[in-house]
Unconditional design. Structure first.
Lengths: 595, 418
C-alpha cells in the first residue's frame, strides 16, 4: 500500500550500514597485516605493567615536555630489555610501561633517574661502518640505518669514531686551545685509537658485583635475558686486558632494535666497560665510573663564545668539582666519556685541567644537539624523578582466566538480555537480537582497528565496559519499542505507530545517549589508570549504539511493520496492548453512552 | 486533535483501570502500560523514605567509614593458581611459605574462584621487588603451580604492588571527573530541558551517589579504584533513566498552562506511568549483563575488577532506577508548583473539576478523557518535515484511516474491532 519509493528507504539505511561493515572489515583484513584480533591488555594476555608517577621536587605538575622526554628515555630502556611488544605510554602525569609475556619483571626497576656517569676512555675505535655524514658529536638520536654490516668490514680506523670528538675545557673561554675557535673542527684530535693509551692503566680493584641501580633478575627467571646479561658482563666488563681487547673487537654496535644491547642499563659502574657510542658509530673501552652524574649541579647549552655553533656549559657540585679537577689534571689530552644507560653519549677530549668545576664542552653542536646533551647531563637520564605507583605482573594463566571470565560474563549477560527481549517483545525481540549482533560485529571491527591505529588495548575493565554497554544498547531499543506500544495503545496500527514512535523515541535516545557519552568522555579525559579503558569502550559502544539504532533497528522495524505476517499481534506481542487500547476506547464510549 | 485515551493521571485513570481491567494483574497493567500508580501524589511518603535512606547512608559513611582496598593503603598482592604439581595449595601452607620467605606474616591469604581457575591470593604490606622475586621462587619451589600449558611454571604466579598514594591519585582524578561531569551535565540538562528539571535530576544524581557509597559503607564491601570508576559510570546511567522520564514529562506538559485538564503534578504522574515500563525494562535490561558480570566475577574469578565493577553498577543502577522514578519527578513537581503560573493553573484545574463534579457523573469522566500528550502538533510537523525531506518516506505511509486519527474515528475503529 505504501508508495513504491517508500519501500526503498529502509533498505537504503541497511545498505549504508552494510557498507560501513564492509569497509570496516576490509580495513581489518586488508590493512596492517590482516590480523583480526584486538590488542589485549596485559591483564588479559599476561605480562607486566608498571605505572610510574612523576614527582617533581617542588610538587608542581611536571611539564608535558619533560614527561615526553622521560617517556622516550624509558622507552629506550624498555627496548633495551629485549622483550617484544613492550610499550611506554603517557597517562596524565604517569608513565605506564607494559611488557607482555613473562619477561617483564625487570621493567619494574626502569624508572630510576640517574644512570649517568663519567668514565675515562681507555680505547676507542670505529664500529661497523658509520654513515659517513655522521657528525662527530655523538648526539644524533636517529641511529644510522646502515649499521648492520659484518664487523669485518670496518673502515680504516683512522677516520671514524672520533674525528670530531668534542673537547672539554674550562668555560672561561680563554683557554688557548679553545681560542683557535673554528667550531668543532679546531678541536679535532688525531685518532684517539692511537692517541689514547691502548692498554688499561690499572686494573680497578674488584668490587662487589651488585650495582646500585641495575635490576637483579632472580635466578631462574627471565633465564634467557639474564643469561645474556651475565655473558655480556663477563665479556664486556672484564678486568682482564685480553678479554677487553677481545670484547672490543667483537662488539658490533648494531643499532638493530631487534637485538638490543643486553647490557643497557645493567652495567656495573665499578668495572671497566666495553661499549658503543649512542649512535653506534664508535666503540670504546672505558675505565670504571669515576664520577656519577648526580654530581653535576647544572648544565646548559649556550652559543659558542669563540666561534660558530653551540657549547654546553657544565658545573659540578663541590665534591664532584674536586674529583673532576683531579681527574682532568691527571688526564689532559685524554678523552672522558659521558655514559648514559651504558652508551657513550659524548666523549670529549680534555684540553686542560679544569679546576673550578665550570666546564665547557665544545664541538660541532647545533643548538638542538647541545640542548640535548645539556639535558642529559643535567637530569641524569630522566628529566623527572619517578615513583612506582603500581607494578603488576599478571601470569599468562591468570590473564587467560580473566579473558575467559570476561567472555563468559559477556555471554551470560547477552543471553539474559536476549531471553528477556524474546520473552517480552517476541518478534521485536528478534530484531533486538539481530541489532545487538550487528552492533557486536561493528564493535569488534572498531576494536581491532583502534588497537592497530592508536594502540588501544582492551583490558579487563574495558571488557566490563562492553558488557555494561550491552544493556545501554538494548535500552535504546526498549525506548523505541515502548514508544511504539504507546502509539499502539492509543489505537494506531503497528504500521502507523512506527514512524510516530520513531520520531519521539529518537529524541529520547539521542539525549540519553548524549548523557551517557558525556559521562564516558569526561571519565576518559580526566581519569587515570584502568578507568580509561572502561570509559573508552563504554563511550564507543554508546556511539555505535546510535549507528545501529538509526541504521539497523529502525529500518528493520519499519520493514517488519510493512509485512502482514510479521506484524501480526501474535508475533509482535502488541496484541495485549492493542486490546488494552481498544478496551480503553470502548470503555470510554460505553461511559459516554451511559452518560 | 484529541487522541484516544491512554493511561491517564492519578485518580481518573484509576477509575478507568478499575472499570476496564478488573481481572488484570499488576504485571499485565505494567506490560500494557495501563497501570496507574500515583507516585507524585504520594510524594511526601517517598521524600521521607529517601531522606531516611540518605541519612542512614551518610551516617554510615561518617561513623563506619569504608573498607578500602589495597590500592588505597599500598601493599603487595600475589596471586597463584591453587592447583600445582604437588597438589592443591592450602591457605595454611601458603601462609607458612610466605612467613619463611619474607620473614613476616602476610596480611591475608584466601582462596578465590572455583574449579580450574581457583587461585590463592596473598595480601601483604609493600614488599621490595627482590622480596617479591624471592617469594615467588619459594612459592614455586613449594607448590609447583601449573601454568596455562599445564606445566608447572614460576610465571604462573602473578603479583601486583601498589603504592599508598596510587589509590589517592585515582580518587582525586575521579573526583575531578565527577565535578566536571556534574557541571557539564547541568549545562546540558538546563539547555535541553529546563532549569528545574536540571536541578531535580542533579538531586536524584547526588542521591544515587550517596546511596551507593552508603551501601558500600554499610555492607563493608571493599572499595577499589574499580569501584570508584563504576560509581562514576552509574551517574551516566542514572541520568539516562531520568532523561527518559523527563523527556516524557516535557512532552506531556507542553502547553499545559493554557489548558485546564490537569495539573502539572498529574501530567507528570501520567508521564511517569507511561514511562514506568520503559524505566523498568531499561533498568532490568541494563542490570542483566551486570548480573552476568557479577556471577562470573564472584563465582569464577574470585575478587577482582569484574566483581568490583559489577557490584557497584548493580547497586547504583537500582538506586538510579528508583530515584529517577520516585524522587526526580516528584521533586520536579514540587519545584514547578512554586511557580505562580503553575499554581494558578492548578487552581483553575481544581475549580473546573469542582464545577464539573457539580454537574454530572459524566463530568468526572470528562476529566479523565484528555490529551495524552500535547506535543502532537510539533510531532506532526516533525513527521511532515521528515516526509518532505525524504521524498520517499522512510517508513510506509500510513493508511488514511490511521493517518491522523481523530478521537472519534479511532473510537469507532476500536468499536468495530470489538
Amino acid at each position: 500500500m505504501a508508495p513504491p519509493a517508500g519501500q526503498i528507504r529502509p533498505g537504503r539505511y541497511l545498505a549504508v550500514f552494510a557498507l560501513i561493515v564492509v569497509v570496516l572489515y576490509a580495513l581489518v583484513f586488508f590493512t596492517g597485516g590482516g590480523k583480526a584480533t584486538p590488542k589485549l591488555g596485559i591483564d588479559l594476555q599476561g605480562g607486566t605493567r608498571v605505572t610510574l608517577t612523576a614527582r617533581s621536587p617542588d610538587g608542581a605538575d611536571p611539564s608535558r615536555e619533560s614527561l615526553n622526554q622521560a617517556r622516550q628515555i624509558i622507552e629506550t630502556r624498555v627496548n633495551g630489555l629485549g622483550v617484544s611488544g613492550a610499550e611506554v605510554v603517557l597517562d596524565g602525569n604517569n608513565i605506564v610501561i607494559t611488557v607482555p609475556g613473562d619477561q617483564g619483571d625487570q621493567a619494574k626497576s626502569l624508572g630510576q633517574t640517574a644512570k649517568l656517569g663519567f668514565r675515562q676512555v681507555l680505547n676507542a675505535t670505529a664500529a661497523t661502518p658509520p654513515a659517513s655524514d655522521q657528525s662527530g658529536s655523538t648526539e644524533s638520536s636517529s641511529p644510522p640505518a646502515s649499521s648492520q654490516q659484518p664487523s669485518g668490514e670496518q673502515q680504516p680506523s683512522g677516520q671514524a669514531p672520533s674525528g670530531q670528538s668534542p673537547s672539554t675545557q674550562p668555560s672561561d673561554g680563554t683557554s688557548p686551545q679553545g681560542a683557535g675557535g673554528s667550531g668543532g673542527g679546531a678541536h679535532q684530535q688525531a685518532d684517539p685509537g692511537s692517541s689514547s693509551p691502548s692498554t688499561p692503566s690499572s686494573t680497578p680493584s674488584s668490587t662487589p658485583q651488585t650495582s646500585s641501580g641495575a635490576p637483579t633478575p632472580s635466578a631462574d627467571q627471565n633465564d634467557q635475558v639474564s643469561q645474556e646479561i651475565q655473558q655480556a658482563k663477563a665479556l664486556r666488563q672484564s678486568e682482564d686486558p685480553n678479554i677487553q681487547q677481545q670484547a672490543l673487537a667483537m662488539l658490533t654496535c648494531s643499532t638493530d632494535p631487534e637485538h638490543p644491547d643486553p647490557l643497557i642499563g645493567n652495567d656495573d659502574p665499578n668495572l671497566p666497560l666495553v661499549t658503543c657510542s649512542e649512535d653506534g658509530t664508535a666503540k670504546y673501552l672505558l675505565d670504571k665510573v669515576f664520577l656519577e652524574g648526580s654530581e653535576i649541579s647544572n648544565a646548559a647549552a649556550s652559543t659558542n663564545p669563540n666561534g660558530p655553533g653551540f657549547v654546553v656549559n657544565l658545573t659540578f657540585k663541590s665534591a664532584g668539582a674536586t674529583t673532576w679537577a683531579d681527574f682532568t689534571s691527571a688526564n689532559v689530552g685524554q678523552q672522558v666519556a659521558v655514559v648514559l644507560d651504558t652508551k657513550v653519549v659524548s666523549a670529549p677530549q680534555i684540553n686542560q685541567a679544569i679546576l673550578g668545576g665550570n666546564t665547557e664542552i665544545s664541538g660541532n653542536f647545533n643548538q638542538a644537539e647541545a640542548q640535548q646533551l645539556a639535558n642529559v647531563l643535567k637530569y641524569g637520564s630522566l628529566p623527572l624523578s619517578f615513583a612506582s605507583s603500581e607494578a603488576e605482573t599478571v601470569s599468562a594463566t591468570l590473564g587467560l582466566a580473566s579473558l575467559e571470565a570476561g567472555l563468559i560474563a559477556g555471554g551470560i549477560g547477552l543471553a539474559l538480555v536476549i531471553v528477556y527481549c524474546l520473552f517480552y517483545y517476541r518478534l521485536l525481540g528478534v530484531l533486538t537480537v539481530l541489532s545487538l549482533g550487528l552492533s557486536g560485529v561493528v564493535v569488534y571491527a572498531v576494536l581491532v582497528l583502534l588497537g592497530r591505529w592508536m594502540g588501544f588495548t582492551l583490558d579487563l575493565a574495558g571488557v566490563a565496559g562492553f558488557i555494561i554497554a550491552i544493556g545501554i544498547t538494548a535500552d535504546s531499543f526498549v525506548v523505541f519499542f515502548e514508544r511504539m506500544k504507546d502509539e499502539v495503545r492509543e489505537g494506531r496500527t503497528f504500521r502507523s505507530a512506527v514512524p510516530r514512535a520513531w520520531v519521539r523515541a529518537r529524541r529520547t535516545i539521542l539525549s540519553a545517549d548524549m548523557v551517557s557519552f558525556l559521562a564516558s568522555a569526561v571519565l576518559y579525559v580526566l581519569a587515570v589508570g584502568q578507568v580509561k579503558g572502561f570509559a573508552f569502550t563504554l563511550g564507543m559502544s554508546t556511539v555505535l549504539d546510535l549507528v545501529v539504532v538509526f541504521l539497523v533497528t529502525h529500518p528493520l522495524v519499519a520493514l517488519t511493520a510493512r509485512s502482514k505476517t510479521l506484524s501480526s499481534p501474535k508475533l509482535s506481542g502488541l496484541g495485549a496492548v492493542r486490546a488494552a487500547g481498544n478496551q480503553r476506547a470502548a470503555s470510554r464510549s460505553t461511559a459516554v453512552k451511559e452518560a | 486533535m484529541s487522541n484516544p485515551d491512554a493511561p491517564t493521571a492519578g485518580q481518573p485513570s484509576g477509575d478507568a483501570g478499575k472499570r476496564t481491567g478488573r481481572k488484570e494483574s499488576v504485571f499485565h497493567r505494567l506490560y500494557v502500560g495501563t497501570g496507574a500508580f500515583d507516585i507524585v501524589g504520594k510524594r511526601r511518603r517517598w521524600y521521607i523514605f529517601f531522606i531516611a535512606l540518605v541519612l542512614v547512608c551518610v551516617g554510615s559513611m561518617v561513623f563506619r567509614g569504608f573498607n578500602l582496598g589495597i590500592d588505597f593503603e599500598g601493599g603487595t598482592k600475589i596471586q597463584m593458581p591453587a592447583a600445582g604439581a604437588t597438589g592443591t595449595a592450602t591457605v595454611e601452607q601458603v601462609t607458612d611459605v610466605f612467613q619463611q620467605a619474607v620473614g613476616q606474616p602476610p596480611a591475608a591469604v584466601q582462596t578465590v574462584g572455583s574449579g580450574g581457575s581457583a587461585s590463592v591470593q596473598i595480601r601483604a604490606e609493600t614488599l621490595e621487588t627482590n622480596q617479591v622475586a624471592d617469594l615467588k621462587k619459594a612459592l614455586y619451589d613449594r607448590f609447583q603451580p601449573l601454568g596455562s600449558n599445564g606445566q608447572p611454571s614460576e610465571q604462573a604466579i602473578s603479583d601486583s604492588k601498589v603504592s599508598a598514594s596510587w589509590g589517592g591519585e585515582i580518587s582525586r582524578q575521579a573526583l575531578i571527573a565527577l565535578i566536571v561531569f556534574l557541571v557539564l551535565v547541568t549545562v546540558f540538562l538546563a539547555v535541553y530541558f529546563e532549569r528545574w528539571m536540571a536541578v531535580s535530576a542533579l538531586i536524584a544524581l547526588v542521591h544515587d551517589v550517596v546511596v551507593t557509597a552508603g551501601i558500600y559503607s554499610l555492607s563493608g564491601f571493599e572499595v577499589t579504584p574499580a569501584t570508584i570508576v563504576g560509581l562514576l559510570t552509574i551517574l551516566g546511567f542514572s541520568l539516562y533513566d531520568t532523561v527518559v522520564v523527563f523527556d516524557k514529562v516535557k512532552e506531556n506538559t507542553r502547553g499545559l498552562l493554557g489548558l485546564t485538564r490537569r495539573t502539572y503534578g498529574e501530567a507528570a504522574n501520567l508521564a511517569l506511568n507511561q514511562t514506568l515500563m520503559r524505566s523498568i525494562n531499561t533498568s532490568l535490561i541494563a542490570l542483566l549483563p551486570v548480573l552476568g558480570l557479577l556471577i562470573v566475577g564472584v563465582g569464577v574469578l574470585g575478587v577482582g575488577t569484574l566483581q568490583d565493577l559489577a557490584l557497584v553498577q548493580l547497586t547504583g543502577m537500582l538506586a538510579g532506577a528508583l530515584s529517577s522514578i520516585c524522587l526526580a519527578t516528584p521533586l520536579l513537581v514540587d519545584f514547578k508548583m512554586r511557580d505562580p503560573a503553575f499554581k494558578a493553573q492548578a487552581a483553575r484545574v481544581a475549580a473546573r473539576r469542582v464545577n464539573l463534579a457539580r454537574k454530572a457523573a459524566q463530568a468526572a469522566e470528562g476529566g479523565a478523557e484528555g490529551v495524552e500528550s500535547t506535543d502532537d502538533e510539533s510531532l506532526e510537523e516533525e513527521l511532515r518535515r521528515e516526509r518532505a525531506m525524504a521524498a520517499a518516506a522512510s517508513v510506509p505511509a500510513r493508511t488514511p484511516r490511521a493517518a491522523r486519527p481523530s478521537g472519534k474515528s479511532a473510537r469507532t475503529a476500536g468499536k468495530r474491532r470489538r
